[in-house]
Ligand binder design. Sequence first.
Ligand code: ADP
Ligand code: MG
Length: 340
Amino acid sequence: MPIRQLPEDLINRIAAGEVVERPASVVKELVENAIDAGGSRIVVTTAAGGKGLIRIEDDGIGMDQADLLLSVERHATSKLSVDDLDDIRTLGFRGEALASIGSVAELSISSRPAHAESGLRIDVRSGVRQGPVPQAMNRGTIVEVRNLFANVPARLKFLKTDRGEGGAITDVIKRLAMANPSVHFVLNGTDRSLSNWPSVNGTGALEARLAQVIGDDFAQNAVRLATARHGVVVAGLAGLPTYTRANSLSQFYFVNGRSVRDKVLVGAVRAAYADYIFRDRFPVVALYIAIDPAEVDVNVHPAKAELRFRDPGAVRSAVIRAIGKALSAAGFKASTSVAE
Ligand code: ADP
Ligand code: MG
């Protein structure tokens, strides 16, 4: 076969496989965009586990006509300058999310910047942009994604049930909400479940947000973490040894404001509680690590939230110490009855 340039729409659909794995990854990209745009209230509505509809509404800075048209082009971004190229891998798929989503779903974007008298709307169908047309709306941006993967049957087939995909969406939003306490989140699902987490600010904001998202129960049965050691700041809440779960689904880890999955952190928490709880039980924790970005390598796979610490030992001991200190201050002494 002769070499030929692939059509733009096909390039986007291939790229979409990387960025958009399932409805929850669409929600993550769009809510991150809303947060980046300075949204203070973000409303997420989904139907059929996000396969039917994902709608994200924010009250952020919005886009004018030129930006709106550019936003769905591949590699178009307002968040990266040529000077930042060294950072490109830590930023993930910059400027690809909307273009990718537009190639695997029906995408509509309506936006109205603060200074504009009304909004504009564009639609992307089969990767082809239509519009802009006028749209009556408040300041901010509304992104609607319908019939995700309808044109990628192979991908659609591998999705879970509406319930399963809906659960993954809820998990993504929980994590984003925990990382951004000052943003008001409203979540509407088709199972008629509704979450409403008003903005919390000032001292205790983190704990207040955790109480909203994980439950008052947790906040009342947890100790507050606040230590800094060897440049590793540990904050958040650690559940009491008397408040455990049968699995690790209620363990949340954040590094420099982003939700991550990381074996070092999981291992450190396990070790911190080893003397207090049985091995088949899991503590509930929301752990926030702040560390010099140069000490973390995020190049593993940005969409999968994995990372690598340059000095895992320092992070591990900081976490073990933070939890140990807080638990012993709450009167929990290492028990000798749990043998290693
Ligand atoms: P990236 O976020 O990596 O820049 P995206 O494809 O997600 O790439 O978005 C492209 C651009 O569209 C963003 O850089 C931003 O300028 C604009 N944009 C996207 N979503 C919003 C939003 N909710 N509010 C304002 N601008 C947005
Ligand atoms: Mg984005």
